[in-house]
Design a protein around this ligand. Structure first.
Ligand code: MG
Length: 294
């Protein structure tokens, strides 16, 4: 064992109990690109066999939950659409719960617009009747939409500004990226002086509450697992839930070492199936020294 290995071994901490619900990030946690990560399939199947609720979270509102179902199914992990919670789902739930009947103006891609329509949420482009301007990841963002938001927020002074999520950019393969919702929020805030007052994406604790709102469960009872300290683990900590970092994606041991104790994960795993406690591993006949399962 090298010194680096020894250091990484001491950083790892596995749960010693089962939780009433498991919430997962997707990219870097369950899959990476076009492949499931080692142990993901058998972990999710073991949880489902025990009737323990599983939810998959994504901040990305440019896809319908059905598109995530298609991808997981293609990768060998068939998943009911109700297990997928992205900011299309959380925004729709938030509006129904916190702003029933209010008229919204969404700056977003078709999956968000479709979901709001299907939920019967009133929408308008008339600034005089807009109650909520919703900033989102909008590939059709233009000056016409900015003017409507400006008039609703600044001229009529009646609307509030909310957003699906806070991300600055969406990472693309090869180290590239694309401007995300932060650019839309900043454009609206800059010209109106009105601050965005609510997100429903990671790391806002509202996202975990909304993701679990169909279960009779407080978010603090769940465990949230992901590969990013700044979003996934921060969400867990913000919501009072247990947080687990899996070292198969974005954040590594150097990032962990630089993290303040109040933002640190409760558990650190080098493989996602280590989320199950050792007693369950024994029961299932899984072994640490066996090759990583596919
Ligand atoms: Mg991730």
């Amino acid at each position: 064992m090298t010194t680096d290995d020894a250091v990484s071994r001491t950083a790892l901490r596995r749960p010693d109990r089962l939780f009433p619900a498991y919430v997962f990030d997707l990219d870097g946690t369950i899959y990476l690109g076009e492949g499931l990560l080692p142990g993901a399939k058998r972990l999710i199947e073991a949880l489902r066999q025990r009737s323990i609720p599983v939810r998959f979270l994504s901040n990305n509102p440019t896809k319908d939950p059905e598109q995530y179902v298609d991808k997981l199914t293609r990768l060998g992990l068939p998943t009911p659409v109700g297990d997928i919670v992205n900011t299309v789902v959380t925004m729709t739930r938030w509006l129904l719960e916190h702003a029933p009947g209010q008229v919204v103006f969404p700056l977003g891609d078709p999956p968000l617009i479709r979901a709001l329509q299907q939920a019967g949420i009133p929408m308008s482009e008339d600034p005089a009747e807009i109650d909520l301007v919703i900033a989102s990841y909008d590939h059709g963002f233009d000056y016409r939409k900015l003017q409507i938001a400006f008039d609703a927020l600044w001229f009529h002074r009646r609307a509030r500004l909310i957003a699906t999520h806070p991300d600055r950019y969406c990472p693309f393969p090869g180290g590239r990226g694309e401007p995300d919702v932060a650019a839309v929020i900043a454009a609206i805030e800059a010209c109106t002086g009105v601050a965005c007052e609510q997100h429903v994406g990671k790391p806002d604790p509202e996202m975990l509450a909304l993701a679990l709102s169909d279960l009779d469960l407080d978010p603090s009872e769940a465990i949230m697992t992901g590969d990013r300290l700044a979003t996934d683990v921060r969400l867990a900590r913000n919501a009072g839930a247990a947080g687990a970092l899996v070292l198969t994606g974005d954040s590594g041991l150097e990032d962990l070492a630089a993290t303040a104790p109040e933002h640190a994960p409760h558990y650190v795993l080098d493989r996602i199936d280590q989320l199950l406690p050792p007693a369950v591993w024994d029961e299932l006949g899984w072994q640490d020294d066996a090759p990583a399962p596919t």
